[in-house]
Design a protein around this ligand. Structure first.
Ligand code: F42
Length: 145
């Protein structure tokens, strides 16, 4: 069993701990926005360690849309690189935990549709895209077969 390496960011690590410790009944929203968050468990591409990343909850049918915005930072978050190498993830949405597979969305039309869904769920994503010249990566996580 791989080792769990928590995020070095206190607020992120603490949200993961509260969310999981409560079985998905506490710590499930982004600070004072009240908007729902999921926990994505994945594998570090270099360390092979278990990583846990809170992201905004964006649904597209039975699937989840994962947005690599990182607040409009100039570089992609580490989890984006991890998912490109290791697409097997586990997603916790409140009390429900599911094995899923994350696929980066390359098709322009599919991306545009999922981006609109993401901005509808979490409007600040639109502003984050204006803060950076990188194209914010989007993954779709589908139930693992
Ligand atoms: N971030 C988003 O990008 N999108 C969101 O919708 C979002 C929502 C959100 C909601 C609540 C919350 O608490 C946080 C939220 N965040 C959101 C922030 C998100 O949880 C991440 O913290 C952020 O995206 C940065 O991701 P990161 O993977 O870059 O995390 C950093 C802080 C981190 O953990 N860095 C580690 C470190 O030690 O510096 C490295 C982690 C890692 O995966 N290492 C790899 C490994 O192999 O283990 C190596 C990577 C390599 O390059 O070799």
């Amino acid at each position: 069993m791989a080792e769990y390496l928590p995020s070095p960011r206190d607020w992120v690590r603490e949200q993961v701990e509260l969310y999981e410790r409560s079985g998905g009944t506490q710590g499930t929203t982004l600070r004072d926005t009240g908007l729902p968050v999921i926990i994505v468990t994945h594998t570090g591409k270099t360390t092979g360690a278990i990583r846990k990343t809170p992201l905004m909850r964006v649904k597209a049918g039975a699937n989840y849309v994962l947005v690599g915005s990182q607040g409009g930072a100039p570089t992609h978050p580490a989890w984006v690189h991890n998912l490109r190498v290791n697409p097997a993830v586990e997603i916790r949405d409140h009390t429900v935990v599911q094995p899923m597979r994350a696929r980066e969305v390359e098709d322009d039309a599919e991306r545009a549709r999922l981006w609109d869904a993401a901005v509808a769920a979490y409007p600040p994503y639109a502003e984050y895209q204006t803060r950076t010249t990188r194209k914010i990566p989007i993954f779709i996580a589908e139930p693992a077969k």
